[in-house]
Design a binder for this molecule. Structure first.
Ligand code: CUA
Length: 336
């Protein structure tokens, strides 16, 4: 082979490789990294991208050279020379992809195994999902329950995920992995957050009308801040006079992701506006307390006009919580 074609191929390949690398590196394709697991996943991602850029550069070089160099003259209608198989070439183009795909496979397997390996002093968090909200409880810390996921930084966390109704999927982009929640099954996800900050928790499984609002926050805090948060929560729930607050019941349940209630700062649009509860009760022809109680426990008993049936799941709250919630809604809707 003469020097000319080699230089042309190298030149074309370099230009294509540099452009593709710039697009890969300088555009923000991925969300920021906030866990050790995401760090490892990104290694696999960039390894694969590097291979892709290399192949892209070779293909562009050969294709570009062929288009320029072997272009047929405008009046040339003749066929090209007949070419039959080339065993050597076929072995090469089978072997190279085999090696590359195997390498990606091995690296992925290593990353998966390391991502699943629990560290020392694991924090267990039970994640419960339902239409259309997440709830997180800390069984090692006096059964503290929260609507946001709070985690200490640099500590191995095992999430134990369950669903009360349909399939959902837990995802924090900055943490990397997704995990489905399946009714009747327990799934697990290991994460080690490594950056203090607030990140979105997103449901990524189409789970009903409110799917797009099934979101909350993951707050990664220092171990010290986490400990004092746990302490404040234990105090709140373990007080000797457990006067249940209706506002807390509203907040700890997914009400606000589907319903608007000005008093609670909730602006959900999936279900009826709870500021208008007195009107709804009147239309239903029931005393407002009874109406709210029934609507929580058996939502299909009366469905407001313009809203579909079977969207809201029934909530079987303990009596004290239900009473508090009913009182809270009666008072807040009158105010609203
Ligand atoms: Cu839950 Cu989508």
């Amino acid at each position: 082979m003469r020097r000319g074609p080699i230089l042309a191929l190298l030149g074309l390949g370099t230009v294509a490789g540099v452009i593709a690398s710039a697009v890969a590196i300088f555009l923000p394709w991925l969300p920021p990294v906030a866990s050790n697991e995401r760090d490892r996943m990104d290694v696999v991602f960039w390894f694969t991208v590097a291979i892709c850029i290399m192949i892209f550069a070779i293909v562009v070089a050969v294709l570009g050279y062929a288009i320029i160099r072997f272009r047929a003259a405008p009046d040339d209608d003749s066929d090209g020379p007949p070419i039959h198989g080339h065993t050597g070439l076929e072995i090469v183009w089978t072997l190279i992809p085999t090696v590359l795909v195997t390498a990606i496979g091995i690296l992925s397997a290593i990353v998966l195994a390391r991502n699943d390996a629990l560290g020392k002093n694991v924090l267990r968090v039970d994640v419960s999902s339902q239409q259309f909200a997440w709830s997180f409880s800390y069984p090692d810390n006096g059964k503290v329950t929260s609507g946001t996921l709070r985690l200490p930084v640099d500590r191995s966390v095992q999430l134990i995920l369950t669903s009360k109704d349909v399939l959902h999927s837990f995802w924090v982009p900055e943490f990397g992995q997704k995990q489905d929640t399946v009714p009747g099954q327990v799934t697990k996800l290991h994460i080690t957050p490594n950056k203090v900050g607030t990140y979105p928790v997103i449901c990524t499984e189409l789970c009903g009308l409110g799917h797009s609002v099934m979101r909350t926050e993951a707050i990664v805090m220092t171990q010290k801040a986490f400990d004092s948060w746990i302490k404040s929560q234990t105090k709140a729930t373990g007080s000797p006079n457990p006067a249940v607050s209706g506002a807390a019941v509203f907040k700890n349940n997914p009400c606000g992701s589907c319903h608007t209630l000005t008093a609670a700062g909730a602006s959900g649009k999936v279900g009826p506006d709870l500021d208008k509860l007195p009107q709804y009760a009147q239309t239903a022809g029931k005393p407002i307390e009874d109406f709210i109680r029934e609507s929580v426990q058996n939502p299909n008993a009366y469905v407001e006009k313009g809203y579909p049936k079977n969207v809201m799941p029934p909530f079987n709250l303990p009596k004290s919580q239900l009473d508090a919630l009913v009182q809270y809604l009666v008072q807040s809707s009158k105010k609203g």
